[in-house]
Ligand binder design. Structure first.
Ligand SMILES: Cc1ncc(COP(=O)(O)O)c(C=O)c1O
Length: 494
């Protein structure tokens, strides 16, 4: 189920310090023993507890000087010469090769450009074109991030295939002789559930189908081993755990053995074998370049290039261990501090099925997240009732997880009108962990039997399928900026 290099336990198991240690001391000990602690200095951060890196990663310090140079010298002085002299033309492949180790890909298989949505389209249509015509259906995971579902519907219409929504866990079993390709999210954006990439890919291949994985919520947060597991195609964004910035270009992975057969539905001039021949007819270039379309979004591409510097010397295994350590510790703090029954985790307790976020179901989630944000704890809210807290191991500290739980507890107590308020929102963790020390209630069921996964037998899941009246004043932009919806507070992040 888990990736081969994935540890089964985070540092929390190594640094618990025993039951006598209170949460504040535990957080301090965990932070002191954190091999990634120094990496936080590579980011521009402030006193905010920023737990929304699963939507928009924080700004790496290397980006501003690099962009200043790109704008003033490469664009300002060299102008057109930079396409060659500053390496602009080949940047999509070069930067793809920088992302490759983070997703378990050998060089020459990843190209950066366009949005994830556009790359989903390229990948799905190209996959359909790689398999025999009697493979007449496309599968999509039933709780997919909406854009993948929308694009899959269109790709199915364009290629004359049918689209079937299947829970990600059942994808392998659902594939049959009629299945052309399945599109699966590696981590569910809503629950934070990590899906079984090795097992599902193997089962799809056994059925003769191809596997396309959406890595938006996994790349940069946990080990991904595309080559090792024979993944056919994959896509992902770079503005979450890769910290590339708002609207940073996405990437497309095309397995080397498939590249000669990758027949792009968007064969723009940048993917031509000889773009400057300006030939009337299209001849595809060789390799990952086939995934390109038109002129790259150079400023954001080079911001991403600089952002990737934060990975220098960083082990993805350490990132995974800390990610699990942080989410374990946060769940423990929430269980200890938050009034019993007020929130319910929908994120799996099982490490092998957990991404890098904790999603808490909470009836008044929109109001609660608005309060949290005002008090300096930034996560986000997904309708109708999900609070999302993303843990970016490169810059999140255990003390941040604890402070977030304290503030959450205070906000929930205030909202419940509880007379047993234990402290004002935003108080220092040093004020004590009384409930923890007194053996606080266990958090109501992390995952497992109590997880409420929405069922959508017909059609893929879309966020507004459960639309509530939770709209509100437009907040900052988030994950699903669907134009037909007015985002509620803290909803506006991808
Ligand atoms: C899993 C997943 N897929 C796709 C997208 C959309 O990507 P884009 O807006 O870059 O097309 C998101 C955005 O957050 C996402 O979380």
């Amino acid at each position: 189920m888990s990736e081969p290099t994935q540890p089964t336990a985070g540092p929390a198991t190594d640094l618990t310090g025993g039951p006598a240690m209170d949460l504040t001391a535990r957080a301090a000990a965990l932070d002191a023993g954190d091999p990634l602690a120094g990496v936080r200095d590579r980011f521009v951060l402030d006193d905010t507890v920023y737990l929304d890196g699963n939507s928009l990663g924080a700004l790496p310090t290397a980006v501003l000087p690099r962009l200043t140079d790109v704008v003033t010298r490469e664009w300002g002085r060299l102008r057109i010469r930079s396409w060659e002299e500053s390496g602009w033309w080949t940047a999509p492949e070069r930067i793809g090769d920088r992302i490759a180790p983070l997703i378990g890909a050998a060089p020459g298989q990843v190209v950066v450009g366009d949005s994830t949505s556009v790359n989903v389209f390229k990948a799905l249509v190209a996959a359909v074109r790689m398999v025999p015509e009697d493979r007449t259906e496309i599968l999509v995971d039933a709780t997919t991030f909406p854009t993948d579902g929308y694009i899959a519907q269109s790709a199915a219409r364009l290629t004359g295939r049918t689209l079937r929504a299947v829970p990600a866990a059942d994808m392998g079993a659902a594939a049959g002789p009629r299945t052309a390709v399945a599109l699966v999210n590696h981590v569910d954006y809503r629950t934070g559930r990590l899906h079984d990439l090795p097992g599902t890919t193997a089962a799809l291949h056994a059925a003769g189908a191809l596997a396309v994985w959406d890595l938006c919520h996994s790349a940069g947060a946990l080990p991904v081993a595309l080559d090792a597991h024979g993944v056919d195609l994959a896509v992902g964004c770079t503005y979450k755990y890769l910290n590339g910035g708002p609207g940073a270009p996405a990437y497309l992975y095309v397995r080397r053995t498939h590249q000669p057969r990758f027949d792009s539905p968007l064969p723009g001039w940048n993917s031509h074998a000889d773009p400057f021949a300006m030939a009337p007819g299209y001849t595809a270039g060789e390799g990952a370049v086939r995934g390109r379309v038109g002129t790259p979004e150079m400023l954001s591409l080079l911001a991403l290039d600089a952002a990737l510097d934060v990975w220098d010397g960083v082990s993805v295994a350490d990132v995974r261990a800390k990610s699990l350590g942080l989410s374990d510790f946060f769940l423990e703090c929430v269980a200890a501090l938050v009034p019993a029954g007020r929130v319910e985790s929908v994120t799996p307790a099982d490490h092998a099925a957990r991404g890098s976020q904790v999603s808490l179901r909470c009836q008044d989630a929109g109001d609660v997240m608005r309060e949290l944000t005002a008090l300096g704890v930034v996560g986000d809210f997904r309708r109708p009732d999900i609070l999302r807290f993303g843990f970016t191991p490169l810059y999140t500290r255990y003390a941040d997880a604890l402070r977030a739980a304290h503030v959450l507890a205070a906000v929930l107590e205030k909202a419940s009108g509880s007379s047993a308020t234990r402290g004002e929102a935003g108080r220092s963790p040093a004020d004590g962990d009384r409930r923890a020390q007194g053996g606080g209630e266990p958090l109501v069921a992390a995952g497992g039997a109590t997880e409420h996964r929405p069922h959508h037998p017909a059609g893929h899941r879309t966020e507004d399928g459960t639309r509530s009246a939770a709209g509100g004043p437009a907040g900052h932009r988030t994950e699903d900026p669907a134009p037909h919806l007015t985002p509620g507070p803290t909803e506006g992040t991808p």
